[in-house]
Design a protein around this ligand. Structure first.
Ligand code: EPU
Length: 420
């Protein structure tokens, strides 16, 4: 397993181009199952999760080719199953459920288990499909869903769910009649999926609001689409500018997708010049401690909580951070503490008392965003940090050490010969 070695204490300076968003690309890839033929996507990040989705679609009989563009030809779909091995490495595999039942009337998808950030059930995906007429059975760890043809339904989510909204959006596009999704997720990734579905011929209104109306059609056709920039990668590099007191130009991004993050980081003292497709950010003086609560979009994203906590570890006072989306998303706390952070967790909240400095230490990545917070802390820490299990980071940050090295970070990757 690879390790990252980071020597901290350098103010980062220069330009970082933002990659396409993994969480936008994955549902687009699943949507290819809705229409037979060749689909094409540009700005797809080169990441482990994308390869996992390619493997999953390949297992079903799709032909995936990744060059400048990712093309997916779904003419040969023969296996309507997402096996345990793939679902366990990537929960987003569950996104194939809705498209498969809608188009092929049958799907067998392994149940994802709990994960490092919480229990993460998929009951709302399943309830929605049942309301649309699917029979759902749980057999040998698999969800087996069957339906003659799904029908439209009025579905109110008990809780806002991003992939749940995406799954039902895809299923409803080929259902008979009208589906209304209430308390739907408003995330930009949901809007991006709806845009692609519309290009394929779907009739969708209201994506990006809490109520989405979908009039089912009988057939969809493949199209091409550009993946939106990754707002979480953007937020992570904004924190990198703040935590290292650096000066970064973040380009090829969509600042309107990170308004809550921009507002919060401005309160910490980060200065920003926001342009249409780029943000110039520079850290000034002391890092101000501020409180933060995670919310569904357009609130402060849970996927930025760990990175924000790394920043608050070096704040000038006390910050109360409350995680409202995933109950256990504090796996980074013990590792940040090993670097000298003063953080106490109580239930869903963390009290972060700023310390004067962090010091490099051997630490372990536990999930994608936790790993990003360790990289950020390491960039600011005195001395050398060794981050093991960086495969978590490779799931969601394209070329992270190259991008950081290009703006002055002393970072390199090594193979851990002990295989720890
Ligand atoms: N939930 C249920 N039942 C369901 C679905 C969700 O109780 O059927 C609960 C979850 O347990 C959680 C909350 O609802 O407490 C929200 O979960 P959501 O379904 O929105 O999460 P997700 O769709 O599984 C996506 C992202 C995550 C991101 C969350 C929240 C993708 C592929 N994943 O997950 O991204 O944290 O939305 O914004 O889009 C990441 O990129 O690091 C990541 C974990």
């Amino acid at each position: 397993m690879d390790k990252l070695i980071i020597e901290g204490g350098i103010a980062l300076e220069g330009e970082v181009p933002i990659s396409g968003a993994k969480n936008a690309a994955l549902p687009l890839m699943a949507a290819t199952l809705l229409a037979r033929g060749r689909h094409g996507f540009s700005n797809v990040p080169r990441l482990r999760d994308i390869r996992t989705m390619q493997n999953l679609l390949g297992h079903m009989g799709a032909l995936c080719e990744s060059g400048e563009e990712l093309t997916i030809d779904t003419s040969g779909i023969a296996t309507l199953e997402a096996p345990y091995d793939l679902v366990k490495t990537m929960r987003a595999s569950v996104l194939v459920l809705g498209p498969l039942v809608a188009r092929y009337q049958r799907a067998r998808v392994s149940l994802p288990g709990g994960c490092a950030i919480g229990a993460r059930p998929i009951n709302l995906h399943l309830q929605g499909l049942q309301q649309m007429g699917a029979d759902i059975a749980l057999e040998h760890g698999y969800v087996v869903a069957t339906a003659k043809r799904l029908h439209g339904a009025a579905i109110t989510f008990d809780q806002i769910t991003v992939t749940g909204t995406e799954n039902l959006l895809m299923a409803a596009s080929l259902a008979q009649g009208t589906t209304i999704l209430r308390n739907a997720a408003c995330e930009p990734e949901v809007v991006a999926l709806a845009e692609y579905l519309r290009k394929m011929g779907a009739r969708i209104e209201g994506a990006g609001t809490e109520e989405i109306t979908i009039e089912g059609v009988t057939e969809l056709t493949p199209a091409t689409h550009e993946v939106i920039p990754d707002r979480i990668e953007l937020g992570t590099y904004l924190v990198a500018a703040g935590i290292t007191h650096g000066h970064l130009q973040l380009t090829r991004c969509r600042p309107e997708h990170v308004e809550a993050v921009i507002r919060k980081l401005q309160m910490t003292g980060l200065k920003m010049e926001v342009r249409e497709q780029s943000i110039e950010a520079w850290g000034t003086g002391e890092i101000q401690s501020v409180d933060m609560k995670t919310w569904p979009y357009p609130g402060f994203p849970t996927d930025m909580q760990a990175q924000f906590m790394a920043l608050m570890s070096l704040g000038n006072g006390v910050s109360l951070i409350t995680e409202q989306i995933f109950e256990k998303r504090y796996m980074h706390v013990s590792e940040l503490r090993r670097m000298g952070a003063n953080i106490e967790v109580e239930g869903r909240s963390a009290v972060v008392r700023g310390v004067g400095r962090l010091s490099g230490a051997p630490v372990m990545a536990t999930d994608l965003r936790a790993s990003a917070s360790l990289v950020l802390a390491a960039l600011a820490a005195e001395g050398t940090t060794e981050i093991s299990r960086v495969y978590h980071l490779d799931r969601g940050y394209e070329a992270i050490e190259k991008k950081l090295a290009a703006v002055g970070a002393r970072i390199h990757r090594v193979r851990d010969i002990r295989g720890a």
